[in-house]
Ligand binder design. Structure first.
Ligand code: BG6
Length: 485
């Protein structure tokens, strides 16, 4: 099977914060890979913009270093690296000051027919300032795009303020809010599985689905990013964005077409249909020390911290399709494995002619986002051999890499998302009202935790979070799936 690469139109991508971690780790390596497969045209220009005084040659050198560090050695070739470095340019700009804007305007005016995109890989406190400077300096055109990324606010009020700042200078159709989970191949596959197959949709409702589990487990802790994380916590860092997006794609109605607003309207309806979160439907935790590896409190350097590194939630989508089917959500650091999956567990058959089936777990569709992206269907079959009718559960397993061979290699989420920005396709980006609705759902619980002065429950590193999280599922007669890679 040969995948089709459709080149995008020539573009100028200005990266604010081009010398920072995200640019080096993700944005620039992703662009390099897109150039390697001839999706990014050679005439495209990537213009780094940052405060450091640097020549174009110095910028190229620093990007070369980033490619050597963050691109798989097998994907690096001298010729392609040189071709990529040739697309790079640099302007020294102090976002809050006057210097550099006129120079940037001149550079962009050299190629009036290029698509213009501005990637703000900087602190959100600078979004409004940069958006304003770009318009004041006459740099933006009606078709220019601006790209921003989380944290998109700390709560509903700050998210609204951020949206208002951006919309003062850009129309909603120009604003690309990245949630990198939406760029993951298997997350997009969730839509393909649901809406390109007749098999699942008739069963995709509370009549047939017993419960849904969404788990994003990580083995890493927060050491090294304690300052950011302690002011955020798992609810803001993972639930309000990534997990909510997974929930929306799992629970939404089929959109009338695969177009940005049709898809985003349906996702928004899911968020609005969520019952307000009850405190009794949430469990939060903080990881303990593990031998020499410190605890959460050590890692953030704040012994009094009440910020959660784990959260589990029982959610209910109160609409015709999902009334009565619980959605269990959980995410945490320092858990047993790095694993992201969505598990849709189906009800038992209404009548069984095999009494043994009672002991079975029921059919489940397991959509693995990482690692080993793929889909598994758990089915019950007869155990081979004579000696009566014994039933066993077996997986019908499809790991994409096995099924698709080389073409199954999953591109980095940012590769897809940046190319979508250039193509002008907002389907996989969050709309302002979605972000606000998600905050409106998580805010009351975060507020309650803060005001109650309660502490997160301690949990052991390498496990599945606080034992109390099991009560959320067991109260309904269900079990969390084990966290194993
Ligand atoms: C980021 C969070 O958005 O997503 C991190 O800030 C988290 O805390 C990361 O580790 C997880 O992303 P991925 O792609 O590694 O699952």
């Amino acid at each position: 099977m040969v995948s089709t690469v459709i080149p995008v139109q020539p573009f100028d991508l200005v990266i604010f914060g081009a010398t920072g971690d995200l640019a080096h780790r993700k944005i620039l390596p992703s662009l390099y890979r897109r150039l390697s497969v001839h999706q990014m045209p050679q005439e495209a220009r990537i213009i780094g913009a940052a405060r450091s005084k640097m020549s174009r040659a110095e910028f190229r050198k620093s990007v070369q270093g980033a490619l050597e560090e963050f691109v798989e050695p097998g994907d690096l070739s001298k010729e392609r690296v040189e071709a990529f470095l040739a697309t790079l340019d640099y302007v020294t700009i102090d976002a809050a000051g006057d210097g550099g804007w006129a120079q940037l305007a001149r550079k962009l005016d050299e190629k009036p027919d290029h698509i213009r995109a501005f990637y703000l890989s900087v602190a959100p406190s600078l979004f409004g300032t940069i958006a304003g400077r770009l318009t004041e300096a006459g740099i933006t055109t009606p078709s220019s795009r601006i790209v921003v990324e989380k944290p998109l606010g700390q709560d509903l009020a700050s998210a609204r303020a951020l949206n208002a700042q951006l919309s003062r200078h850009f129309g909603e159709h120009q604003i690309y809010r990245i949630d990198h989970y939406l760029g993951k191949e298997t997350v997009q596959n969730l839509m393909a599985i649901r809406f390109a197959n007749a098999l699942f949709e008739p069963l995709w409702n509370s009549r047939y689905v017993e419960h849904v589990q969404i788990t994003v487990a990580e083995t890493v802790g927060v050491a090294g990013r304690g300052a950011y994380y302690d002011g955020s916590g798992a609810m803001r860092d993972m639930v309000q964005n990534h997990i909510m997006q997974l929930l929306c794609l799992t629970a939404m109605e089929p959109p009338a077409k695969f177009d940005p607003d049709a898809v985003r309207d349906e996702k928004l309806k899911v968020i609005r249909a969520l019952d307000p979160l009850m405190i009794s439907d949430t469990v939060r935790g903080q990881y303990r020390a593990n031998g020499k590896d410190g605890s959460y409190l050590d890692h953030v350097g704040n012994p009094a911290s009440r910020t959660e590194s784990f959260v589990a939630i029982r959610a209910h989508v109160s609409n015709w399709r999902w009334a009565g089917t619980p959605f269990y959500l959980r995410t945490g650091k320092k858990l047993a494995a790095r694993l992201s999956e969505i598990v849709v567990t189906f009800k038992h058959p209404p009548h069984t002619i095999f009494p043994q089936v009672e002991a079975q777990k029921g059919n489940a569709l397991i959509i693995r986002l990482q690692p080993d992206e793929g889909i598994t269907m758990r089915v019950t079959i007869k155990e081979p051999g004579p000696g009566g009718m014994r039933l066993v559960e077996v997986p019908l397993d499809m790991t994409f890499a096995d099924a698709l061979g080389e073409e199954g290699a999953m591109p980095e989420a940012y590769e897809r998302l940046i190319m979508d920005v250039i193509r002008g396709d907002q389907t996989l980006f969050m709309r302002g009202d979605e972000v606000e609705a998600a905050w409106a759902w998580t805010d009351p619980i975060i507020q309650f935790w803060k005001e109650s002065g309660s502490r997160p429950l301690a949990y052991d590193s390498g496990g599945a979070g606080p034992i109390e999280a099991y009560k959320l599922t067991s109260a309904d007669g269900h079990l969390w799936r084990e966290i194993v890679a």
